[in-house]
Design a protein around this ligand. Structure first.
Ligand SMILES: Cc1cc2nc3c(=O)[nH]c(=O)nc-3n(C[C@H](O)[C@H](O)[C@H](O)COP(=O)(O)OP(=O)(O)OC[C@H]3O[C@@H](n4cnc5c(N)ncnc54)[C@H](O)[C@@H]3O)c2cc1C
Ligand SMILES: *[C@@H]1O[C@H](CO)[C@@H](O)[C@H](O)[C@H]1NC(C)=O
Ligand SMILES: *[C@@H]1O[C@H](CO)[C@@H](O)[C@H](O)[C@H]1NC(C)=O
Ligand SMILES: *[C@@H]1O[C@H](CO)[C@@H](O)[C@H](O)[C@H]1NC(C)=O
Ligand SMILES: *[C@@H]1O[C@H](CO)[C@@H](O)[C@H](O)[C@H]1NC(C)=O
Length: 585
């Protein structure tokens, strides 16, 4: 068995290697798919958190601000609800889905992406909301300037990225969250008939409404244009230190303070921490490196399909060792390839130095000539490749160390139970500072992402899922972490209103600019007001509830609702073999 798996892993690595050099990607599918029976909206994974479809009857594609305004005016006049989505639709919760399709329209910003206006004297850039992050960054750099903050994934729009509070990693200056660099927004909101049913608010930096609009989840109105601060062009120097994970809890704070763009990847199953030493350098430093993050490179479809098949067979056989072998092979591969850092065309050694535009964010799987039909982003829903949950919890910097200590205790009980998360990126630890945005972080914070296997069917229980549920409940309930608005399962949002001191101000602003709730939907309410939990059979499997009875898990498959191992207030679905059950009784 082990030999067989080892061969698969080596085969995979060989394929990954080959493909990175030879093949270009087929771009992700359009999120709006139409057929004879109508149109549906999808996210980039092809599946919403609740697995329900999002049918849409009317979709409009404005190309100018006036068309955008008249789309809102028409909808308001006809008592239709409005939602906005970008060309990318990379948000996991169903925030962009309009309510009751026959009474709503969807505005796509796909074709509203022409204007990018760099103003060198004021060090700002103003872009149409549909502009892609890569186009924006390249324009800014062409003027000798740099956009400081961006998420690590570049396949997002200007409007979308600020709307969910997306971020990279930095505690310095304005920090790692894109919305904290916003100094102006043109927002289209519903208006009275005498005002033409829709009006444009030109929000500047001294306007308190800007603090509501910066991170507004599409609930306030349509963002037409975003104005961002930029800085003089600079380069970055990145070194990755693959080392032991002892003392992360004592070192993360210093690491976040010392390196402007530092982060830490933590792989608990192998006791490995990867410290990213990352700081800025003057633009005239030599170096033309890129960070083409390995997880966002294009793959021949066969690789993600094989990884998925290996994960599924490990799941079916309840074989944690198989997962551990995959996890350690991927980690070895990442170490060898420096996670996708390249000094030139390949990685030759640390530090890798390159332009900010090439080091902060990546997504080479997004681009393609039409030719190579076989190459895709690893999660492309058309190929049934990787399919996973993304839990992202945002902690107060002051209680994060205790969370790490708890996870270490959980890991030490059974290190192999963490292999499932280490197949992905382990725990990715990033830093974002206090924000003025009402739905931004109210204090200096530490963000943790972890991804883990999601089954094809919602009712299929997963190997060691109790561990992820315990980690999730620990983060959000024991330590009161705030959920990233653009990721997570519904349980993460329970009680979220109480976690943002300015939540009331956001709701107040919404009432003021959109009193008729034109931009509301039940899907948004589920997330923002934490109303997405249900009480049906199997609901805990997909994070639609915390279990309180066995039927919320999968007793037929041996998964029962039990206590957490370290956080005993947690209620998780755990596999209990017959012998355990006898002990329990
Ligand atoms: C592979 C991958 C990697 C990721 N990496 C990171 C990361 O490193 N850091 C991070 O923080 N996040 C990350 N994310 C999450 C992602 O950055 C956010 O979900 C982001 O909001 C997606 O932007 P989008 O343009 O696709 O927005 P969409 O998904 O299209 O929309 C997001 C929300 O904004 C609203 N919206 C969009 N445009 C407008 C507009 N013009 N006016 C009003 N409302 C609007 C929508 O209604 C919706 O509520 C990642 C996601 C994926 C899939
Ligand atoms: C959706 O709107 C239609 C038309 O107004 C209405 O008949 C129907 O009841 C609505 N459905 C829901 C679920 O609100
Ligand atoms: C706008 O979108 C089109 C098609 O999606 C793309 O070809 C073009 O490069 C984009 N323009 C900008 C400025 O991003
Ligand atoms: C890597 O990190 C460890 C732990 O922080 C440290 O002891 C070691 O000196 C670092 N190595 C390098 C090359 O920086
Ligand atoms: C970079 O430019 C600064 C002045 O702008 C100069 O002092 C320095 O020597 C230059 N460094 C290199 C490596 O060229």
């Amino acid at each position: 068995m082990a030999n067989y798996l080892r061969r698969i892993c080596h085969g995979l690595i060989f394929l990954i290697w080959g493909s990175a050099l030879l093949i270009r990607a087929m771009p992700p599918p359009n999120p709006i798919q139409c057929s004879q029976t109508g149109c549906k909206l999808y996210n980039s994974y092809g599946v919403w958190g609740d697995r329900k479809d999002c049918p849409v009857q009317a979709v409009v594609y404005p190309t100018t601000e006036e068309e955008l305004r008249s789309a809102v005016a028409n909808a308001n006049k006809n008592h239709l609800k409005v939602k906005v989505v970008s060309r990318f639709s990379h948000t996991i919760p169903k925030l962009a889905c309009p309510t009751n399709q026959s009474r709503a329209i969807l505005i796509s910003t796909e074709k509203y992406n022409t204007s990018i206006d760099v103003d060198v004297p004021s060090m700002t850039v103003t872009a149409d909301a549909g502009v892609g992050l890569r186009a924006l960054i390249d324009r800014v750099e062409a003027e000798g300037l740099s956009l400081v903050a961006a998420p690590y994934w570049e396949g997002v729009s200007v409007g979308g990225v600020i709307s969910t509070g997306a971020h990279g990693s930095s505690w310095r200056g304005r920090g790692g969250a894109v919305h904290d660099h916003v100094v102006g927004i043109r927002l289209i909101v519903p208006a009275k008939e005498s005002e033409g049913f829709a009006r444009i608010l030109d929000l500047r930096s001294d306007d308190p409404l800007l603090n509501a609009a910066k991170v507004s989840l599409g609930m306030l109105g349509v963002i037409s244009k975003v104005r961002l601060m930029v800085e003089g062009g600079f380069k970055r120097s990145i070194t990755l230190n693959f080392t032991k994970d002892g003392g992360i809890e004592d070192e993360f704070m210093e690491h976040g303070k010392q390196y402007e763009f530092g982060d830490i990847q933590w792989y608990p199953s192998t006791h490995t921490a990867v410290y990213r030493y990352d700081h800025r350098l003057p633009i005239n430093t030599s170096g033309d490196g890129v960070y083409d993050f390995v997880g966002f490179q294009s793959n021949s479809a066969i690789i993600p399909k094989s990884v998925r098949a290996s994960e599924k067979s490990a799941e079916a056989a309840r074989n944690a060792d198989a997962k551990c072998l995959l996890a350690s092979s991927f980690l070895a591969y990442k170490k060898l390839t420096a996670n996708g850092l390249k000094n030139n065309l390949i990685f030759t050694g640390y530090p890798v130095i390159g332009h900010q535009a090439k080091m902060q964010t990546s997504g080479s799987c997004l681009y393609s000539p039409q030719a190579a039909k076989d190459a895709v982003c690893p999660w492309d829903p058309r190929i049934k490749g990787l399919f996973f949950y993304e839990t992202t919890a945002i902690f107060s910097a002051t209680n994060f160390a205790d969370f790490i200590r708890d996870i270490k205790k959980l890991r030490d009980i059974n290190p192999k139970s963490f292999c499932g998360v280490d197949i992905y990126n382990g725990f990715l630890i990033r830093f974002v500072p206090k924000s003025d945005a009402y739905l931004g972080q109210p204090e200096d914070s530490v963000v943790v992402d972890f991804n883990y296997y999601r089954a094809d069917e919602g009712w299929t229980p997963r190997l060691n899922q109790d561990i992820w549920e315990e980690a999730e409940q620990m983060a959000f309930f024991k330590y009161g972490a705030r959920p990233h608005w653009g990721k997570n399962r519904n349980v993460a949002f329970v009680g979220v209103e109480k976690k943002y001191p300015s939540f009331g101000k956001f709701v107040e602003a919404k009432r003021r600019v959109d009193p008729g709730n034109v931009f509301g939907s039940e899907w948004t309410d589920e997330i923002v007001f934490g109303r997405g939990v249900v009480d049906d059979d199997g609901c805990a499997l997909e994070g639609r509830c915390v279990c309180s009875e066995d039927r919320h898990c999968s007793p037929g498959n041996g998964y029962y609702c039990t206590r957490g191992l370290v956080y005993t207030a947690a209620r998780v679905c755990r596999y209990l073999s017959n012998s355990n059950l006898i002990e329990l009784n």
